[in-house]
Write a protein that binds this ligand. Structure first.
Ligand SMILES: [Zn+2]
Length: 83
């Protein structure tokens, strides 16, 4: 699943079937980089449908439930300047 990161969001807001928020930590994630290929083919397919296969593509991924988040434009620029 791919969700939009909300302004100032720092933890995962995905809810479990009981309605409890995940609150997992979000890590920077490069789905197409050679050192970090996405192991889940379903999720990778979903990412490929939406984004070009650029190894510099940066998304965020929840460490707990593996939900992927799109970066807002502002944050995207900030991350690309850093690295
Ligand atoms: Zn999560």
């Amino acid at each position: 699943m791919i969700k939009d990161l909300l302004p100032r969001q720092v933890v995962c807001t995905e809810k479990d079937p009981k309605g409890k928020s995940c609150h997992g930590g979000l890590k920077r994630y490069h789905p197409f980089a050679s050192y970090y290929n996405e192991p889940d083919p379903v999720l990778l397919g979903e990412i490929k449908q939406e984004f070009p296969e650029d190894e510099k593509l940066i998304l965020l991924k929840c460490e707990t439930c593996q939900t992927v988040y799109r970066l807002p434009e502002v944050l995207k620029e900030k991350f690309q300047q850093v690295g």
